[in-house]
Design a protein around this ligand. Structure first.
Ligand code: NAD
Length: 500
C-alpha cells in the first residue's frame, strides 16, 4: 500500500498536489532509516515545495535487498516477456493520462516551461516506454555454426540488479531512459533521483506499480550524491550501474564501481558541443536553430550547442541577429503560456553561471547582450551572448550549463574540424549547411556521438545517444541500450551425430 500524505497544493493549479515524498522500497512508500528529510525548492522563488525523505547508505542497502530478492525469486525476470511488455504499455498509458500532474510536478520542481514539460517531454517519455515495451519480447540469442561437433546457442539474460543515478535537468525523461530498457530486459532496479528534483520520479514510480509492476522491481531512493549515490555505486550486490550527470561525478562512480565489485558502468556525461554555421547558410534559419541548440531548457542540456562556430562570410550578420533573437527570448514564470525560459535549477548553478559570465568578460570575449541576473527573486538569468570567443577561454572549454551562447569565427573546413574537436568532450554537434559534401565531411570528421544536420536535439526513442571522449561510455536509447542490461550466455553441447 501507498501511505501518501494529504498533499501540498501547487500555487498555480491547486488541484495538483505533492503526495509522494517518501522512499519507494519493495512496493511501499517508507520513511528513511534515519528519519531525515531534505527540502526541495521551487526555483521560481527559492521557496520550499516539500520535505522529502533523505535516503542514505542504509536505505540503499534496504532497496538493493528488495531488488535482489525480486530478481532472484521473481516473478519479474521469470515472467513471460509479453507480460513484462504489457506492464510497460499500461505504464505508458498512465503517463499519458496523468500528463497534467506530471508536467506540473516537473515544472514546479525544475523550473522548465510548463508547455515544454507537457507538450514536448511527457510525450517523449511515454514514447520511450512504449519503444522498450515493444522490445521486451524481441530480445533473443543466436544458434552459431561453430567448428567441431557442437550445438552452440547464445541466450540473453537480464544482468540482474541495476543501479541508476539520474540528474535534475530532465528528471522524468532520464527516469524513462533508464527504467524502460532495464525493465524490458527483466532487470530489477534501485534508482537514485537528483536531490534538486525528487518529486516526479516518485509519482511516476507509483504509476508504474499501478500498471502492475511487482513489488521490489523498481525502488526509488531520493537523497544526495556522496551518501546515497556513492552507496549505490559501491554496493556489492548491484550488478550494473548507469549514471547520467557531470564528468567529474562520472569519474567518481566509475572508481567506486571498480573498487567494489567491478560492476559494468555506462556513463552519460557532459558536453561542449559545437554548432557549425557554414558559409552557405540562410542566416535567419541558422540563428534560430543555434539559439534553440543553446538556450533550450535554460541551457541546462548535456547536448547544448555551446560553441557556435560561424563562418567569417556570415559572421557579422549572424552576431547582429543572434543578439536580436536573445533579446526577444521571453524569460519568466515557467507556468505562464508563451514563456521560453524559466529560472535555473538552484542557487549553486545560478552563481556558477554568473561566475562563467564574468570569466568570459575578463578573458577578453565581447559581451553582446545579457550578462546578469534577471529580477531580484528566483534564479533567472538574462539570455547572454558572447562573441570573439577563443578556444583557450574557460567559457569555450567548460560546460556552463546555462543560457550563455559563445560565438567563434572560422575560415575553412580543416580549421573548424580541428577546433571543434579540440575539447575533452565529444557528445554531439550541429552542422548547418545545404552543401552535401560539407555535411558529409563534417559529420564524419567530428569526434562526437551524435551529429545533427540542419536540426538539433532530435531525441527520438529509436536513436542511440552517448558520448566520445569524456562525454561518456556506452549508448542509451535505441536498440544499443539493451546490451547494457543483458548478459550473453553461450551454451555449448556435443552433437551426437554431427553428420546430421
Ligand atoms: P552531478 O554529476 O553531481 O549530479 C548527477 C547525479 O549524480 C545526482 O543524482 C547526484 O546526486 C549524483 N552524485 C553526485 N555526487 C555523487 C557521488 N559522489 N556518487 C554518486 N552519485 C553522485 O551534477 P550536479 O552537481 O547536479 O551538476 C553539476 C554539473 O554537472 C552541471 O553544471 C553540469 O555541467 C553537469 N550536469 C550534466 C548533466 C548531463 O545531463 N550530462 C546533468 C546534470 C548536470
Amino acid at each position: 500500500g501507498y501511505s501518501t500524505s494529504a498533499g501540498i497544493e501547487n500555487p498555480i493549479n491547486p488541484s495538483i498536489k505533492v503526495h509522494c515524498t517518501q522512499l519507494l522500497i519493495n512496493g511501499n512508500f517508507v520513511d528513511s532509516a534515519s528519519g531525515k528529510t531534505f527540502p526541495t525548492y521551487d526555483p521560481r522563488t527559492g521557496d520550499v515545495i516539500a520535505h522529502v525523505a533523505e535516503g542514505d547508505a542504509e536505505d540503499i542497502d534496504r532497496a538493493v535487498c528488495a531488488a535482489r530478492k525480486a530478481f532472484d525469486e521473481g516473478p519479474w525476470p521469470k515472467m513471460t516477456a509479453y507480460e513484462r511488455s504489457k506492464v510497460l504499455f499500461r505504464f505508458a498509458d498512465l503517463l499519458d493520462k496523468h500528463i497534467e500532474e506530471l508536467a506540473t510536478l516537473e515544472t514546479w520542481d525544475n523550473g522548465k516551461p510548463y508547455e515544454q514539460s507537457a507538450k514536448i517531454e511527457l510525450p517523449m517519455i511515454s514514447r520511450i516506454i512504449r519503444y522498450y515495451a515493444g522490445w521486451a519480447d524481441k530480445i533473443h540469442g543466436l544458434t552459431i555454426p561453430a567448428d567441431g561437433p557442437h550445438l552452440v546457442q547464445t541466450i540473453h539474460e537480464p544482468i540482474g540488479v541495476a543501479g541508476q543515478i539520474i540528474p535534475w535537468n530532465f528528471p522524468l525523461l532520464m527516469f524513462a531512459w533508464k527504467v524502460g530498457p532495464a525493465l524490458a530486459c527483466g532487470c530489477t532496479i534501485v534508482l537514485k533521483s537528483a536531490e534538486q528534483t525528487p518529486l516526479s520520479a516518485l509519482y511516476a514510480a507509483k504509476l508504474l506499480h499501478e500498471a502492475g509492476l511487482p513489488p521490489g522491481v523498481l525502488n526509488v531512493v531520493s537523497g544526495f550524491g556522496p551518501t546515497a549515490g556513492a552507496a549505490l555505486a559501491s554496493h556489492m550486490d548491484v550488478d550494473k550501474l548507469a549514471f547520467t550527470g557531470s564528468s567529474e561525478t562520472g569519474k567518481i562512480v566509475l572508481e567506486l564501481a571498480s573498487k567494489s565489485n567491478l560492476k559494468p558502468v555506462t556513463l552519460e556525461l557532459g558536453g561542449k558541443s559545437p554548432f557549425i554555421v557554414c558559409k552557405d547558410a540562410d542566416v535567419d534559419k541558422a540563428v534560430e536553430l543555434a539559439h534553440f541548440a543553446l538556450f533550450f531548457n535554460q541551457g541546462q542540456c548535456c547536448s547544448a550547442g555551446s560553441r557556435t562556430y560561424v563562418h567569417e562570410v556570415v559572421h557579422d550578420e549572424f552576431i547582429e541577429k543572434a543578439k536580436a533573437r536573445a533579446l526577444k527570448r521571453s524569460v519568466g514564470d515557467p507556468f505562464k503560456a508563451g514563456v521560453e525560459q524559466g529560472p535555473q535549477i538552484d542557487s549553486e548553478q545560478f552563481e556558477k553561471i554568473l561566475r562563467y559570465i564574468r570569466s568570459g568578460t575578463e578573458s577578453g570575449a565581447t559581451l553582446i547582450t545579457g550578462g546578469d541576473r534577471l529580477g531580484s527573486k528566483g534564479f533567472y538569468i538574462q539570455p547572454t551572448v558572447f562573441a570573439n570567443v577563443k578556444e583557450d577561454m574557460l567559457i569555450a572549454q567548460d560546460e556552463i550549463f546555462g543560457p550563455v551562447q559563445s560565438i567563434l569565427k572560422f575560415r575553412d573546413m580543416d580549421e573548424v574540424i580541428r577546433r571543434a574537436n579540440s575539447t575533452r568532450y565529444g557528445l554531439a554537434a550541429g552542422v548547418f549547411t545545404n552543401d552535401l559534401d560539407t555535411a558529409n565531411t563534417l559529420s564524419r570528421a567530428l569526434k562526437v556521438g551524435t551529429v545533427w544536420i540542419n536540426c538539433y536535439d532530435v531525441f527520438d526513442a529509436t536513436i542511440p545517444f552517448g558520448g566520445y571522449k569524456m562525454s561518456g561510455q556506452g549508448r542509451e536509447k535505441g536498440v544499443h541500450c539493451l546490451s547494457n542490461y543483458l548478459q550473453v550466455k553461450a551454451i555449448v553441447a556435443p552433437l551426437k551425430n554431427p553428420a546430421w
